[in-house]
Ligand binder design. Structure first.
Ligand SMILES: Cc1cc2nc3c(=O)[nH]c(=O)nc-3n(C[C@H](O)[C@H](O)[C@H](O)COP(=O)(O)O)c2cc1C
Length: 127
């Protein structure tokens, strides 16, 4: 599979969008590890809330939100992504590997969502 070189500028752009994701109690429980052509998403369990979220369910959903933002940010740059969930069974904290794939089909709806990333925020108004 062809890959994209992950320059510092590209990584900063993509991660800058990823970390605008919502997260449970704003814990932002994610970490990223970079390699030449892929971004690994890891759970940051130092930010877990064991009383409120004993099974790390909300922590994992929060990381999923960051993963979605990352893929949308790539789509905005017309970069496809190939995502492997839980790439290493022995390491459950390693949630995903996202490889950037040049020339892959980028769904139009994903690229369109990119505009919402910096504008999105939780609604605190009464329902
Ligand atoms: C898994 C998950 C659970 C959440 N649960 C609540 C909740 O119960 N009540 C609430 O007001 N906000 C909830 N939020 C929203 C977060 O509090 C919010 O994303 C965070 O404070 C960051 O603010 P922002 O969304 O405006 O960027 C949740 C978010 C996630 C991802």
């Amino acid at each position: 599979m062809p890959s994209v070189h992950l320059s510092n500028a590209l990584a900063q752009d993509l991660l800058g969008q990823a970390i605008l994701a919502p997260s449970s109690h704003n814990t932002q429980p994610w970490r990223f590890r970079l390699s030449a052509s892929a971004i690994d998403l890891l759970a940051d369990r130092r930010r877990a809330l064991p009383v409120n979220d004993p099974d790390d369910r909300e922590l994992t959903i929060s990381c999923g939100c960051a993963l979605m933002n990352l893929r949308i940010a790539a789509a905005r740059r017309e970069l496809g992504t190939h995502t492997t969930l839980l790439p290493e069974a022995a390491d459950p904290g390693w949630l995903a590997r996202v490889a950037l794939v040049p020339g892959a089909d980028v769904p139009a709806d994903q690229a369109a969502l990119a505009e919402a990333i910096p504008r999105r925020h939780s609604c605190r108004h009464p329902f």
